[in-house]
Design a protein around this ligand. Structure first.
Ligand code: GDG
Length: 472
């Protein structure tokens, strides 16, 4: 039997909509789905996850068959499971704590109960597909218990795990009532990957304090098994973003954007609605700029896209109201008859429009309070084929470790962010080109395909190391 690879994530890389009683599937074009396409679309390989909508029991067989044509295997979740495992434990416990926003966390016992039972449900679906010799690659914070659950069922299987959000310092992580269980769940993997070396350090620190494991360099020895922990900074499909700039649809958008914005310099920001993204603080920095530098009135505009996300959660609704209010105040206070200070959209756009924005924007302002990596910053760089443009980047984003030639700021320092905008507006073209070409080199070389390859190669190497230890 040929060995296969199983990718597992909370969501499947597909959009399902129900139209006139029929389920319609469209594959997702997100970066991760593209990168992992080379894995799950091959041979017997598959991707396991939640299809993203509630499917009644009597229609699940039909959806399963449609997904199978795309090598996708569904884990169907009930409304309670979505509510308590996903919106509850994942997004109201792990997300805030891992992003250092612990006052937003709700440590509810029922959230934890459902987190365990849904991780168990994923285990059942994965193990039903699994043979000895197969490889499983689990993704992200919704499934921290899954590696050990699979290991218990199939002790010899190869398991990799990658976390897309930060791993916080021990002082944050220790606050979670179920911290030992979470660490224990992750120990089931052979290779644990994070975006940055700091995340690795934080995980190793938590592992050594919360378990009896021995930690030496980046290797954890626990109950006669070894787990390797390493940083794999995720890249993007850089070629796709570069070639999009030649797409005729993108070119049309560029023309109409330039018409709308006239001679104004464009400062671009794109985020999902999330308190970790620093959207309010960024607006405050822009407001301070207009207050203290009236010479820029009518000379620049903030083009701000906020993509709707988790807006059934109270904190997200509140954040949305605060953003609406601050944008309203800035526009009411500073606008002129011919000029709007903030062009604000609360919606998502097709990637062609995003590409036109990346291509047209003079400055991209990326100032999260915390971010595992931040792909928007890399997509902006990849789209700057002429090497001009300035990236302002938070030192709290994983991407800042690689993109040193951005203007790096502390997003909590509103004055610092404002000064970086002034510096960006006045940066000579030669300096823009010098900085951008270095960053473009990095983003193009360390792309999503190399990221997948590096992770899979390392997983093979770890497995071989473990086998040679067993035969000694
Ligand atoms: C998590 C971690 C880590 C945005 N608006 C639209 C749209 N997007 C796309 C962007 C980009 C992606 O969404 C956002 O990625 P980020 O990395 O910025 O942020 P998260 O969603 O929070 O992702 C993060 C990432 O996982 C990967 O490991 O970097 O730290 O939080 O690709 O282009 N795409 C389209 N329309 C939009 O309006 N089509």
């Amino acid at each position: 039997m040929v060995n296969k690879t199983i990718i597992v994530s909370n969501r499947l890389p597909v959009k399902i909509v129900e139209e006139n009683g029929e389920y319609l599937l469209s594959p997702s074009e997100g970066g991760l789905a593209t990168g992992l396409g080379s894995v799950y679309k091959k041979g017997d390989n598959i991707w396991v996850g939640w299809p993203g909508i509630e499917v009644p029991e009597d229609r699940q067989q039909e959806v399963t068959e449609k997904l199978a044509e795309l090598n996708l295997i569904p884990v169907f979740l009930t409304p309670d499971e979505i509510n308590l495992y996903y919106e509850g434990f994942s997004n109201e416990v792990l997300w805030p704590v891992f992003h250092y926003m612990v006052t937003y966390a709700h440590f509810e016992q029922t959230y934890w109960d459902f987190y365990q039972s849904v991780n168990d449900k994923f285990k059942a679906v994965v193990t039903a597909q699994l043979n000895e010799g197969d490889t499983v690659w689990v993704h992200d914070y919704q499934l921290l218990l899954l590696p050990q659950l699979i290991r218990d069922a199939q002790p010899h299987v190869t398991i990799g795990f990658f976390q897309h959000i930060p791993f916080p310092s021990y002082e944050m992580f220790r606050l979670i009532p179920w911290r030992e269980e979470l660490i224990g769940g992750m120990f089931g993997a052979d290779l644990l990957g994070f975006h940055t070396f700091d995340d690795v350090r934080h995980f190793l620190s938590a592992a050594s304090r919360l378990s009896t494991a021995k930690v030496s360099n980046n290797v954890i020895t626990y109950k006669d098994r070894q787990v390797v922990v390493e940083a794999f900074p995720m890249g993007i499909d850089a070629n796709k973003f570069e070639s999009l700039t030649h797409d005729p649809v993108v070119a049309e958008h560029v023309v109409s954007l330039k018409e709308t914005m006239q001679e104004c310099k464009i400062i671009l920001t794109i985020d999902r609605l999330d308190y970790s993204k620093g959207i309010l603080q960024r607006l405050q920095a822009y407001e301070l700029l207009l207050e203290t530098h009236p010479e820029y009135i009518e000379q620049l505009s903030l083009y701000m896209i906020v993509v709707p996300s988790r807006d059934t959660v109270a904190q997200y609704r509140e954040l949305k109201d605060q953003i609406d209010q601050l944008v309203g105040n800035i526009n009411a206070h500073f606008r002129t008859l011919n000029w709007l200070p903030v062009h604000y959209f609360y919606r998502s756009f097709p990637v062609e429009f995003l590409s036109a924005l990346y291509y047209t924007a003079d400055i991209c302002l990326v100032t999260p309070m915390r971010d595992g990596m931040n792909l928007v910053s890399k997509e902006y760089v990849a789209s700057r084929a002429g090497n001009t443009g300035v990236l302002i980047l938070s030192e709290m984003a994983g991407a800042s470790k690689e993109l040193n030639d951005a203007l790096i700021v502390n997003p909590n320092n509103i004055g610092d962010v404002m000064r970086a905008i002034v510096e960006a507006i006045n940066m000579p073209v030669e300096e823009q080109k010098r900085r951008m070409s270095v960053m473009r080199g990095i983003v193009k070389k360390f792309d999503i395909h190399l990221w997948v390859k590096n992770f899979m190669d390392k997983l093979d190497e770890v497995k071989q190391m473990q086998e040679s230890l067993l035969t000694k």
